[in-house]
Design a protein around this ligand. Structure first.
Ligand code: ASP
Length: 421
């Protein structure tokens, strides 16, 4: 086997039996192959035994400090907020552990395609956690950082990198917290870390950059549209859910069409959207954590509601089918308990545990009984979005008397009466 004399970041030509390939050596924890970033942006893994020789084209020079982010003259500027998750992690080739990727210069080395398309004017790392460790404090901090970037006249749009697991909760929170949005706010992610040849991070970031420069003033999630590495979808922040634990196209629009098909070099809009406008984005971060999401299952004891009513101001129940819970004559009926707690000011919203579709109280008598008890049927709103919205609505003292009206007001595209379900 040839002796290979290069390090991550070096640009090299690898000589194979029938081919010569030029690219940048990427960090790689598996010593049996070399991970190479091609000029096209794709990464390939080449087994070391297939490499006959290598020629060094350009030695990598370590950049020091945060200020050495490449500047591309004439390119538009975006703001970048890094929060953690796989997209901001790399394998440390020395230890094999996963390390955060938060230094902008290092980030530029891992994601050169993003930095070659736009000027990343500002990078903020408000916190560095996997998304399953987040809470409303993180959503509020993110909204504040985003607002500050949006207020910068040079910044055309904001990209937020985020873990996938609870990304749709954050997307919903930002959708309610940022009102009168003036510019694009794009959340993106990766399911596979950047050191892996199959990483989805590169395409997702390039598409995110396109969307951040587009004229859509929306909170959006941008990522792989399919398992192929060809284009992404931009999905509205209140109408999206993680629906697969590992696929690169884990996020799907729910009860909505994608806003746009996004390629690394262009955006094709598919649905109507709010356009950029002048003025200032408003921050509306009043939020109550005293809300919970409860999944109904057959035979569940109604006494669980006493616990929630004691500790919380309101709950969203993921109910069965069209929004059903056991009727009043069923042994495990929740109705008496619901009636009692709602009378005392407890708020109960109903969303569909089927994920897709709309709840409808008028089809069966059980739905009508719930409606009479004061339960709010939340149309086609996603349960997670409904949870965040309920926390936001209950966080506003002034809305105390019209919680139902607020929950059923379409604030950020969370209700869609046009979709044929
Ligand atoms: N558990 C991680 C997170 O959600 C997975 C990921 O980064 O996608 O942060």
């Amino acid at each position: 086997m040839a002796e290979l004399n290069f390090n991550p970041g070096d640009i090299v030509v690898l000589h194979l039996a029938k081919d010569e390939i030029e690219g940048t050596i990427l960090e790689n924890n598996d010593s049996s192959f070399v991970l190479l970033k091609l000029k096209s942006g794709y990464n390939i893994g080449i087994p070391k035994e297939n490499i006959l020789a290598s020629t060094l084209v350009k030695k990598f020079k370590e950049e020091k400090g945060n200020e050495h982010v490449p500047i591309k003259s004439g390119a538009k500027s975006i703001g970048l907020i890094i929060t953690g998750g796989t997209i901001a992690s790399k394998l440390d080739s020395r230890t094999g552990g996963v390390h955060p990727l938060v230094n902008p210069a290092e980030l530029a080395r891992f994601y050169p395609e993003l930095f070659s398309k736009v000027n990343v004017k500002k990078v903020e790392v408000p916190f560095k956690v996997f998304s399953e460790a987040m809470s409303s404090e993180h959503w509020i901090a993110l909204a504040q950082k985003t607002k500050a970037m949006l207020d910068d006249p040079e910044i055309q749009g904001v990209i937020i990198t985020h873990g996938t697991d609870t990304l749709h909760y954050t997307a919903a929170a930002l959708s309610f917290f940022l009102k009168e949005l003036t510019k694009p706010v794009v959340l993106t992610y990766s399911q596979r870390s950047v050191d892996r040849a199959s990483s989805d991070a590169h395409l997702n970031l390039q598409c995110a950059a396109q969307m951040a420069l587009s004229d859509a003033a929306e909170v959006m999630l941008v990522g792989h549209a399919s398992v192929n590495d060809d284009f992404c979808y931009a999905l509205r922040g209140t109408k999206v859910r993680k629906l697969h634990s590992s696929r690169r196209d884990a996020f799907k629009p729910v009860n909505a069409e994608p806003l746009a098909r996004v390629f690394p070099d262009k955006v094709e809009f598919l649905s109507s959207y709010n356009k950029r406008h002048s003025g200032k984005t408003e921050l509306d971060i009043s939020f109550s954590d005293k809300v919970a999401l409860v999944k109904f299952y057959p035979g569940q004891d109604a006494s669980i509601l006493d616990f929630y009513a004691l500790k919380y101001k309101g709950i969203i129940i993921e109910a069965a089918g069209l929004g059903h819970l056991p009727p009043s004559d069923a042994p495990h009926s929740w109705l008496p308990s619901l009636k009692k707690h709602i009378r005392n000011g407890f708020v109960v919203g109903i969303a569909a545990q089927t994920v897709f579709g709309r709840v409808d109280p008028y089809v069966y008598s059980t739905g009508r009984e719930l409606l009479d008890a004061g339960v709010i049927f939340l149309e086609d709103m996603l349960a997670e979005t409904a949870l965040i919205k309920l926390g936001w609505v209950l966080g506003h003292y002034g809305w105390k008397k019209n919680v139902k009206e607020k929950m059923l007001e379409n604030v950020a595209g969370e209700l869609n009466d046009r979709i044929v379900l």
